[in-house]
Design a protein around this ligand. Sequence first.
Ligand code: SF4
Length: 171
Amino acid sequence: MKGIEHLRRHNVDFNILSVIHKGNVGHAAEIMAFFAQEGFSYVQFIPCMDFRSQEPDKPGVYDITPAEYGRFLREAFDYWYNGGNPQVSVCFFDNMLAGYTNREAELCIHRAECPTTIILEQNGDAYPCDFYISPEWKIGNVATGERSLRPEAGIIFAPATRRFMRMRTSG
Ligand code: SF4
């Protein structure tokens, strides 16, 4: 909370990203009440994953089950809905609403296709997604000029990016 006080003192906008794990998955209403009490306007939840889940060739390993996460989101929704008068933006619910109203979801996982995002590591290595950080999926390196970030230089259309984009569309 000290960090947040610091951000507020300097008028820096921030969002809250809350990791949902075994210890808090049963406390959605309590968490939402805490956010409301603290005046947090933009919040986001993600289910806790094992670090191994960042290895693209291994299946995701989650700390909670889909049913537990579903119950958490349902309880959070009931608090958030507030009789039809939500007071905060909850990223997941905003994305669901976007889908229901034929608008493009903000989060890539709720879109029909992966966006052409570029993830940069500290050393300049570029990848198409932060779940695909491995030599097989490396697009280039912006520090060494292996490929530049200019689209005309091809980083967006690098072979690894094209292969990555095809995976999602080919189902
Ligand atoms: S693969 Fe990456 S970019 Fe595509 S939806 Fe999943 S997280 Fe988003």
